[in-house]
Design a protein around this ligand. Sequence first.
Ligand SMILES: *[C@@H]1O[C@H](CO)[C@@H](O)[C@H](O)[C@H]1NC(C)=O
Ligand SMILES: *[C@@H]1O[C@H](CO)[C@@H](O)[C@H](O)[C@H]1NC(C)=O
Length: 440
Amino acid sequence: MKTVMLIMLLVFCRSAEFRKGKNGGMKNRLNGMRAGRRSTSKRFAAIDCKDYIELKEKYFDCQDKRLTRVSPHWPEDIIHMLLARNRIRRLENDMFLTFKNMKSLDLQQNDIAIIEEHAFAGLDKLTTLLLQHNRLQVVAEDVFINLPLLKYLRIYENPWNCSCELDGLIRKLQLPGSRNLGNYAKCAEPNNLKDQRLKKIKTDLLCEDDESSLQGTKKPFTPYSNIKEVDSTMCHIYMFPKPLLDCQNKDLKKVPADIPPEVFRIDLSRNKIKHLKAKEFLGLKDLKVLNLSSNAIQHIDMAAFSGLLHLRELDLSKNLLEHFDYGVLENLYFVQKLWLGGNPWRCDYNIHYLLYWLKHHYSVEHDGLTCKEPEEFKGWIVEEYVKSYYEECPKDKPTGQTDGIQEVNSDAEDQENMEHMPQHLIGSKVQETFKIIRLT
Ligand SMILES: *[C@@H]1O[C@H](CO)[C@@H](O)[C@H](O)[C@H]1NC(C)=O
Ligand SMILES: *[C@@H]1O[C@H](CO)[C@@H](O)[C@H](O)[C@H]1NC(C)=O
């Protein structure tokens, strides 16, 4: 079935190309493409890839289409090609030659086992190449020579065979300028190198080790092989429609290390993170949406959000937050929405910082600020609690005669609200006096 589909697909592409050829010219070619696709979309649902422009760059989204190869008839001006979750097995020589302006190529989650030496020929502008979650065991170092601007290379979750054959690639990954190339990729073979990182293997021993294992001297596993470090390899990185790091529901206890700096959105929801440490998100200057919902966050370090200059949406709902420490929110200059519901907010002096911040950032939308603790304020809207706190203050000051009348009035008003806040009024004066001392 699949092969038949593929052949039909190729035939279709050829005929589309004829049409384009007649039209001639770059613009017409694109129009021809679109028209061609529209007229045949009923018959060839599988080729229904989307193209769209964002920030003046063309994206071509052909994800989840069971593709086994790339069509040379796709628009030449593709800048970002999204081919994740297809069934490509082999990257052949000159396969991408027509896409000379391409900057990012997402081939993750395919079945790629072989990359021919000139597969990436012509991609002089490529900066990002995603090959994680494939079936690569070895690849010649030369494969990446054609990519002079390559900055991000992701090759983890491939069954790398760390034999002498991989020596060239491993050496390249270990060069000082390769900081974002090949992080977290691990050897699957041979046994004595299993689970070691390509970035950290001692290259001098690579080919020697090969020989020694041939002689049958099997080394025991290193103790490191069982330690599961937190890193972003457990997550999926998508380029569509904007770079997204999807780490939802991955049992993470920490924010992963090595978050690609270009991400626009991070989803860390439904994990087991308890604590946000200082500078965990440093360097993510493009990050706009951070989802930390449904974790177990109890404490956020004062500098946890430093560097998140352009964060717009922060979801902290369904955690164990009782308050924010003073200063935590100061780095969030452009935040527009805060999700805060489902936390056991504790309505005491510590909650004032959050309210103070919200008051001074009145355009920030927020929800879910309800007191859970202490018992006397349970169910109160936090704003109301703080308001009542300040309304109480004058009562503790020595008052003049006219003020005295007002005080009576305000007490009468409070009496009306007694039903909602009996605990709050009873015996609160003593507490307030104590709190005022803390204030100064
Ligand atoms: C890994 O590489 C070695 C050395 O080239 C080879 O003998 C071995 O068969 C390879 N393993 C697999 C699974 O291909
Ligand atoms: C965060 O994730 C949760 C659960 O995965 C989801 O329900 C929620 O809508 C997300 N929040 C944002 C702002 O996208």
